[in-house]
Design a protein around this ligand. Structure first.
Ligand SMILES: [Mg+2]
Length: 237
């Protein structure tokens, strides 16, 4: 039986997009409104609908139907795919980390990401990571605008799939921003932060992560960090 739900962030944690993906938001904005975007908004750790909502708000633009926004973001990422594949990379240690956790019989792995489901799937496929993760038990930008609200969504999906309730101590987020840390705190999960994205170890520690790693290169350190979060499970064998 799976007793640990491991939920990975994608951007800055598993992959480095070479700074390419943030271009899709102003492009989508222009296609949806007919007006070029004059303002940039921060994207790290945020859901794609949240990024677009702020972009619209900053420009004082009339909101458009959410389905159109979603469809446009998916179109824009598909267009960007060859460039993303060329400029991006899997972060060091990510594959080994996914494999090592995949070998743990108690662990189920998926994503908790601000990406729309289709965009998450495309990124994971482009970088050869899709096979390590069960997309059906994850949570995505389509599920809620606020990242913290994604945690109960993933826990519910994993419970339905595995016939086991994953409580907050049985759910671990791995992500690279203070928003990942906050999502775990508010949404009900433990969190391991990795400083492979835009945030330093000091910032992630300050945000309240249960454990902070510089990156994913040290697979043993990651496994220890995961194990250390779960004293009850360890003593119960
Ligand atoms: Mg991230």
């Amino acid at each position: 039986m799976k007793r640990l739900l491991v939920l990975w962030d994608i951007d800055g944690t598993l992959i480095d997009d070479g700074g390419r993906c943030q271009a899709i938001y102003p492009r989508a904005f222009e296609r949806l409104t007919g007006t070029p975007a004059r303002h940039r908004v921060a994207t790290a750790g945020r859901t794609e609908p949240d990024i677009m909502a702020e972009l619209f708000a900053r420009h004082g633009a009339e909101p458009v139907e959410p389905g159109r926004v979603t469809a446009e973001l998916v179109t824009q990422l598909r267009r960007l795919a060859p460039e993303l594949r060329a400029a991006g990379r899997v972060l060091p240690g990510a594959v080994e980390a996914l494999r090592a956790l995949g070998r743990q019989p108690a662990a189920a792995q998926s994503v908790l990401t601000g990406n729309l489901r289709a965009n998450a799937a495309l990124k994971l496929r482009l970088f050869g990571l899709a096979g390590y993760l069960d997309p059906g038990i994850g949570a995505y930008g389509d599920d809620a605008r606020e990242r913290a609200a994604l945690v109960p969504v993933a826990r519910r999906r994993a419970a339905a799939a595995h016939g086991h309730e994953f409580d907050a101590d049985g759910t671990v987020l791995i992500g690279d921003t203070p928003r990942d840390v906050w999502a775990a705190r508010v949404g009900g999960a433990r969190v391991i932060a990795v400083a492979s994205g835009a945030s330093s170890t000091a910032v992630l520690r300050e945000a309240g992560a249960d454990a902070v790693l510089a990156d994913l290169r040290d697979t043993t350190a990651l496994l220890h960090a995961v194990q250390a979060l779960r004293p009850a499970a360890r003593s119960a064998g």
